[in-house]
Design a protein. Structure first.
Length: 175
């Protein structure tokens, strides 16, 4: 009887540990992808672009400019219900929205694997020392309607470098 009780206690501990391990494995997707988006935002900022598309005469100069990618026009997936308690398989068209200066296409970010989270990218100001971005992942792993939110932010310094937050902000990470 004592052995049965000990086995029962161990089984309860094992089930709890496995559940927690599975939740951590799923939230690792959001942390990893947000880190990738932040890195891609810095790379996009470091690409130099001409200030205009004017044809220049021989010997004439143009200023090069750095700019963050403009906000993505859509989240991927577009609806919360697509990731509510399940995975979503995005298509390449989801990530190809925008142009060379806007959204996912500018960031050159995409996912080919099924995802637990809905991703968004916002950059209200893209040039100058007030330029900043925020990348967000929202998910509902247990399908109860409560969304977990992970986000990372970055901004351009007065010297023209990109600063990215050292940690990812998490709200209701177990949802």
């Amino acid at each position: 009887m004592i052995v049965v009780a000990i086995v029962g206690v161990l089984a309860v501990i094992a089930v709890f540990s496995i559940r927690k391990y599975m939740e951590n494995a799923k939230t690792a997707e959001a942390r990893d992808k947000l880190g990738q988006i932040a890195k891609d935002s810095g790379v996009a900022y470091d690409r130099t672009t001409l200030a205009s598309s004017t044809v220049y005469a021989v010997g004439q100069k143009s200023n090069l400019q750095h700019a963050l990618c403009k906000s993505a026009t859509a989240t991927v997936p577009s609806a919360q219900t697509s990731i509510q308690g399940r995975k979503y398989q995005s298509s390449s068209a989801d990530w190809y929205a925008g142009d060379g200066l806007t959204g996912w296409r500018c960031l050159k970010f995409s996912m080919s694997d099924p995802q637990y989270y809905m991703y968004s990218y916002s950059a209200p100001t893209v040039t100058g020392t007030s330029a900043a971005f925020t990348a967000t992942a929202n998910g509902d792993l247990n399908g109860n309607g409560l969304m977990s939110t992970f986000s990372i932010a970055g901004s351009v310094t007065t010297t023209g470098a990109i600063n990215v937050a050292p940690t990812i902000s998490e709200t209701l990470s177990d949802e």
